[in-house]
Ligand binder design. Structure first.
Ligand SMILES: Nc1nc2c(ncn2[C@@H]2O[C@H](COP(=O)(O)OP(=O)(O)OP(=O)(O)O)[C@@H](O)[C@H]2O)c(=O)[nH]1
Length: 330
């Protein structure tokens, strides 16, 4: 009798590119096809705000406060095993952090597939079109190298946020993508809208099959996915690269002051998200998103208690200043 092999799909892409947007669409796709997806979510900070987008009925493993290149190797395999043993899912979707170097994830999952009935089928990278263009223009820093590595690893690329690109910009982004040497198909999207039936039904093709004609992957350096939790620095070569500032709120915020604070965040803050309450609106809790200088607020009605919190992610952040800025919005 053939043993069931659980397909694994990894969603990669820079901070705020649209991975959770894609994840929720994939979950809906599988559910409406009568299949049971399970999810692994990895967050740099110690709160999983994106988990709010995944229905409570979906089995989920969280990997929090994670330096993915350290924790992913062991923890991802363990999380996969736990989901397979406890929930017997039809597919496992892994949302990596935006700072993750997917080469490490591929390594970990390839190794794990040797001893458990699960296999990496696709690695989809969501490319934040306008952000890639901006980083390319700024020069060749570590973050830009990380973005390129995320593209090179992919078996499928979504060029997302094309609503924010002119046709000239789009051509430029396409050229940048080509320059990475990827052979993966590139689909232009707004809000990660793709024909999922076409791209998810791969008839057993593995990630390795998809990438047969692509250049072999090599780690460019150990510095790609560094993470610093502010006070805590890993012993790896350069983990001072990305930082997370997590600030829990004791009081509601003034909506205008907070919006102004978010809009005037320095360029080295790449991503913001959180759950906030405002003193000057009638509503309850809002989930706020800040990515590529766009802000979005969504009213939420959580089932249980939720902490009010602001999470900011970027490079070389001045945590004290940022926290004072948030407190000034009260
Ligand atoms: N303008 C525009 N905004 C988009 C598009 N796709 C997603 N967004 C917005 O971008 C923000 C970030 O989207 P997410 O799906 O949370 O991104 P993510 O990659 O999961 O973010 P992290 O996991 O925090 O790295 C949200 O406010 C989305 O609504 C798009 O095609 N165009």
């Amino acid at each position: 009798m053939n043993q069931k092999i659980v397909p694994i799909i990894v969603l990669s892409g820079f901070l705020g590119s649209g991975k959770t947007t894609l994840l929720t669409k994939m979950i809906e796709y599988y559910k409406s096809a009568g299949r049971r997806p399970a999810v692994i979510m990895n967050e740099l900070g110690d709160v999983n705000l994106d988990g709010a987008y995944v229905g409570a009925e979906i089995p989920m493993e969280e990997m929090l406060s994670g330096c993915i290149c350290c924790t992913m190797r062991g923890d991802a395999a363990l999380a996969v095993k736990q989901l397979v043993d406890e929930h017997d899912p039809d597919v496992i979707l892994i949302e990596a952090t935006g700072a993750a170097n997917p080469t490490e994830i591929v390594d970990a999952l390839t190794e794990a597939s040797l001893y458990m009935p699960a296999e990496l089928r696709q690695l989809m990278t969501v490319v934040d079109g306008p952000n890639l263009l901006e980083f390319a223009a700024k020069g060749k820093g570590r973050t830009y190298r990380l973005m390129k590595e995320q593209i090179r690893c992919a078996s499928l690329l979504l060029l997302n946020k094309v609503d924010l690109l002119s046709s000239g910009d789009k051509d430029q982004v396409m050229q940048l993508i080509e320059e990475t040497g990827t052979k993966a198909p590139v689909i232009e999207t707004v809000a990660c809208e793709i024909e999922l039936s076409k791209w998810l039904e791969d008839k057993g093709q593995t990630w390795h099959n998809h990438r047969e004609n692509a250049d072999p992957l090599q780690l460019e350096s150990g510095e790609l996915s560094g993470i610093d939790q502010g006070h805590h620095t890993h012993a790896h070569s350069s983990h001072e690269h990305m930082m997370v500032v997590t600030h829990y709120l004791q009081q509601p915020l003034n909506s205008e002051k907070f919006d102004q604070f978010i809009r005037s965040l320095p360029e080295n803050v790449y991503r913001g998200k959180g759950i906030v309450r405002f003193s000057d609106t009638t509503g309850g809790l809002y989930l706020f998103q800040y990515a590529y200088r766009e802000t979005d607020y969504m009213a939420i009605e959580p089932q249980g208690e939720l902490s009010e919190v602001v999470v900011l992610i970027g490079e070389g952040l001045h945590s004290k200043q940022l926290i004072a800025g948030i407190e000034n919005c009260i």
